[in-house]
Design a protein around this ligand. Structure first.
Ligand code: SF4
Length: 54
């Protein structure tokens, strides 16, 4: 699954535009990933706060 590190998230919203599944939202200026992730890795490529969680 994809994990967002809230301590690193600045709420910039950059990866909202790159997500092909359109499942990323900002809630209280923190990124929240919803259901339906395609595991494409696009968000991880553009955001240091995002990583695959194994
Ligand atoms: S891995 Fe791809 S589909 Fe999943 S949240 Fe990131 S950008 Fe969206």
């Amino acid at each position: 699954m994809i994990r967002v590190d809230d301590d690193k998230c600045t709420g910039c919203g950059t990866f909202i535009d790159v997500c092909p599944a359109d499942i990323i939202r900002l809630v209280d200026q923190k990124a929240v990933i919803g259901e339906g992730c395609l595991y494409c890795g696009a968000c991880e490529d553009v955001c240091e706060a995002t990583s695959y969680y194994h």
